[in-house]
Design a binder for this molecule. Structure first.
Ligand SMILES: Nc1ncnc2c1ncn2[C@@H]1O[C@H](COP(=O)(O)OP(=O)(O)OP(=O)(O)O)[C@@H](O)[C@H]1O
Length: 217
């Protein structure tokens, strides 16, 4: 089942054309890599997919099962694009609690479980303003996955993670794929792409070319 379909999507900013009539399909249960040079438009593409911004031309089609009741926004999407704004004077757990209040779908225990899953201690009293970059990244990952989101759009999910944490998050994403979740991720690390991705798209010269990757695990 195609969850996301890009149909002749074009987007530019102030005369800088990022994509010109690009097409792509993203099926359920696969991990997709989106690659491309700095500034090529990977984050902009993710923002178009999740409805934060609109393409200038073309259409982003989301399967109706993954749209909210009003048919306006995707639902069940976990997103890391720009880092979430957090309250520096609160702990990581308290920040996740605040975000969880929006949907009110999960319990404190669920939040603690997810924190442990990504390698954070839910009981630490440390305020988020004192978190390291890697710890903040784990909070962003926790926020994206904590409500059992079925589609994950992860812009540079491995940024600032140490090697054990990279391994942990890679295993988590592979498990999500087994569970039928769909993951779109960007990474400048070819190893992430080779190890994880069933399919790879590359943004180059305003086009989105489809590259089949080698899956080695
Ligand atoms: N709101 C905006 N207004 C104007 N230009 C923007 C806006 N958002 C993005 N851009 C421009 O669009 C281009 C693509 O940005 P984007 O963040 O998508 O790149 P990227 O491929 O994710 O890069 P990186 O690999 O460095 O993360 C950049 O030139 C950026 O300056």
């Amino acid at each position: 089942m195609n969850i996301i379909e890009l149909v002749n999507v074009s987007k530019s900013y102030k005369g800088n054309l990022l994509f010109n009539q690009v097409n792509a399909t993203f099926e359920q249960g696969k991990i997709y890599g989106i690659t491309g040079a700095n500034g090529s438009g990977k984050s902009v593409l993710f923002k178009c997919i999740c409805g934060f911004i609109h393409p200038d031309q073309g259409e982003v089609k989301i399967h109706p099962n993954y749209m909210d009741n009003g048919g306006q926004f995707p639902r069940n999407f976990g997103i890391i694009i720009d880092r979430p704004g957090y309250m520096g004077n609160k702990t990581g757990f308290e920040n996740l609690q605040r975000w969880a209040e929006i949907q009110n779908k999960i319990t404190d225990q669920d939040i603690k479980d997810v924190m442990r899953l990504v390698g954070l201690d839910p009981d630490t009293k440390q305020k988020m303003r004192n978190y390291s970059l890697g710890m903040k990244q784990k909070i962003a990952i926790a926020q994206a996955i904590m409500e059992n989101q079925k589609v994950l759009l992860l812009d540079e999910p491995f940024n600032a993670l140490d090697s054990d944490s990279v391994d942990n998050i890679r295993q988590l994403l592979l498990r999500f794929r087994q569970e039928g979740k769909t993951v779109l991720l960007t990474s400048h690390n070819q190893e992430d792409i080779n190890l994880l991705c069933d399919e790879v798209y590359r943004i180059d010269n305003q086009k989105l070319s489809h590259v089949k990757s080698q899956v080695t695990v």
